[in-house]
Write a protein that binds this ligand. Sequence first.
Ligand SMILES: *Cc1c(COP(=O)(O)O)cnc(C)c1O
Length: 220
Amino acid sequence: MIKDNLQEIRSQIPEGVTLVAVSKTKPNEMLMEAYEAGQRIFGENRVPELVEKFEALPKDIEWHMIGHLQRNKVKYIAPFVHLIHGVDSYRLLEEINKQAEKNNRTQPILLQFHIAQESTKFGFDWEEVSEMLNSAEYQEMRGIACHGVMGMATFTEDEKQIRSEFQKLKNYFDRLKASFFQNSNEFKEISMGMSGDFQIAIEEGSTMVRVGSSIFGSRN
Ligand SMILES: *Cc1c(COP(=O)(O)O)cnc(C)c1O
């Protein structure tokens, strides 16, 4: 089942777009089914669950932290996490930098932008990000590698609205690239699109889709 779902999703994703299999709440057996079907990139949104799965499952898996991350939890994932998608404050970035340095790592991260209409979704706006990137404190951070941006569209049936929110994120990416990351080869990811909207996200320039329920079934 999971194997078939994966195949179906992959057939809809062009080369160059990364599929993050969002396995939150799902048992290890289901992740292993995906693993055996060739999936190596998994996304989780809770730190304890992420750590448990990291310890139990094969070591060639790339673990992505996709949810809201609390500062006091960064230390638990800092030794191994491949990419942190949801960086949404300066203080969180500062803590990730500190923990990365402790672990002798350069931690890849994505800056999360607030693109949805719902006020419940986390993320920066343009002014906050540009102020942060211009600050001397940011420029002295050696433990951070900014790989791009991430965002979540409003949960709605309105395709036009979803599309315009993804365009907003693509636009933020382009502006950041031009203003701050012209010479960075690693600033290249736009993480947008989930089960319900990943096709739209790809049409609007997504390089990384985070798909859960269409692979593993719905969550309780
Ligand atoms: C749960 C989650 C997803 C996956 O959602 P599905 O609708 O199950 O594909 C993607 N991104 C984030 C940030 C999530 O929390």
